[in-house]
Design a protein around this ligand. Sequence first.
Ligand code: UD1
Ligand code: CA
Length: 503
Amino acid sequence: MTHAQPAPAPDPAPTVAAVVVLAAGQGTRMRSATPKVLHTLGGRSLVGHVLAAAEPLAAGTTVVVVGSGRDQVEEHLAQIAPSALPVVQEEQLGSGHAAAVALAAVPDLEGSVLVVNGDSPLLTSRTLAALVAAHDAAGSVFTVLTAEVDDPTGLGRIVRDGSGAPRAIVEERDATVEQRAIREVNAGVYVANAGTLRRVLSGLATDNAQGEQYLTDALAPLVAGGAPTAAVRADDPDDVLGCNDRVELAARRRTLNDRVLDALMRSGVTVVDPLTTWVDVTATVGRDAVLEPGTHLRGVTVVGDGAHVGPDTTLADTHVGDLATVLRTHAVGARIGPDASVGPFAYLRPGTDLGMGAKVGTFVETKNAQVGEGSKIPHLSYVGDATIGRGTNIGAATVFVNYDGVAKHHTTIGDHARTGADNMFVAPVTVGDGAYTAAGSVITSDVPPGAMAVARAPQRNVAGWVRRRRSGTPAADAAAAAESRSEAPREDPSGPSRADHDS
Ligand code: UD1
Ligand code: CA
C-alpha cells in the first residue's frame, strides 16, 4: 500500500519552535464568498496543504493568522488542526503586519520560527525541511525560500550582491526594470529567529506601492546591520507557486494531481489516463491496481492491491479490497471486500459493507447494507438498512422497503437464501437461512429458515377476453391465429375465426 503523498523529510528531521501561517488576506482575485485559503485542491484546503507540509517540523506552536472570513477559517481550523492557534489580524495591513500580530500572540516564543504564506499548496515537507536545515547550517537569523521560475510576474524578486549573498526582496510593483528581469523569486516562506524577527518587524515602513507592511522588507535592514541571512533555492520551482485566482488554482490542482499520480505509478499502480484521473493526497492505492480513465479517488479512499477501478468511477472515503472490481460506480463511505465486484452503474452510499467476493451489479443502490461473503445483488435493486448473510442471491428489481414515512427499519436476510425477482421486503422483516421467496412477492412477515414464501395474488386467466374486448386489434388477430394453430380450440367453438377464413 503506497501513500499518494510525497516521501517524508529525511531523518533526523530539522525542527522549528513555531510555525506561523499567514491566512488573513482577502484573496480578492479569487472573486469568491469563500476565503481564499479555504478553496480546495487534491482533497485539502489551501491552508490545509500548508499545515500538512509543515507538520513534520514538529513545531510546538502553530499560529494561523486569520482576518478575512475569519469565522469560516477558524471553523475549518478547528476541524483540520485543532491544536493550531488562530490569531486575528483585524485589518489587513500587509504580510509583515500579519507576522507581527502572530508573534505578539506568543510573546514567550524563542528559537526558529517558520513563517509561510497560506496560499502555497504545493509546498512539500521535504522542501521545508531543507530550508530549515540550511538556515540552521548557515547560522542565519533570517532565511528566505526562493525559486528560479520562467515567469516571475507578480512575485517578489530576490536581489543578490556580487558575491551571491541576498540583499533584498523587492516586490514587483516597487521593482526597477532591471530588478524585474530577475527570475529568482520569493516563495513567501521564511525561517527566522523569533526575537530578531519581532525586532525587525516592529520597524517596518509602509512606503511602498501598496502602502502595506511587507514581510519581505525584513531582509534588507538585517543585511545592512550585518546579521547573517540566507536565501535558499527550492529544488522544484513548482513547490513555491502560490494561488491568487481560480486560473492559478486550477493549475496548482493539475500539478498536485500530476505529483500524486507520478508517485502512484512509480509505486506500481497503472494509471491508464493521467489526464482524466484525479486522486486526492489522502487516498492510497495498492500495487498492481488499475485506475481506468475518469476515476476520482477522494478523501480517505483506499484501493487494494490488484483492484480494478473505473472507468468513470468516483470513490469518496471508500475502501476497496484487494482484487476487487469497481466499474462505472459512485461510492461514498463504503467498504468493498476483496474480490468483490461492483457495477456497472452502481451507487454505494455510506454504511455499505460488501463481503469478500460479493457482487453489486447494474443499477443497484445500497445504503447502510451489510452484504455477506459471496452474496449477490445483481440487478436493478435498492438495498437500504439491511443485513444479508453469505452466499445469498437477491432477485432482480428488489426493493428493501425501509421507510414507513416516519422511521427507517431494518431487514435481515440469512445465509444461502434465494429471493425471487421483484420482491419487496417491508421492514422490519427477517428471511431465514436457506429460505426462498417467490418472484413478485411483497414480504411483510418473517420467513422461517428453509421455507418458500409466496406473497402475491394467485393468477387468473380470463379466456377470450382479447377477442371480445379488443377485436380488430393486432393482439386479437394474433390470438386468433394462435387458436387456429392449436389442435383443439375448445375455448370458443361458437364460430370460425378470421384466420379460418383466410386459410
Ligand atoms: C507575497 C510576497 C511576494 C511573494 C509571494 C509568493 C509580500 C509582500 N509579498 O506576495 O514577495 O513572491 O507572496 O507567493 O509578502 N496576508 C495576511 N495579512 C495581510 C496580507 C497578507 O495574512 O495583511 C497573507 C495572505 O493571506 C497570504 C500571504 O499573506 O497568505 C501573502 O499575501 P498575498 O497578498 O497573497 O501576497 P502576494 O502578493 O502573493
Ligand atoms: Ca499570494
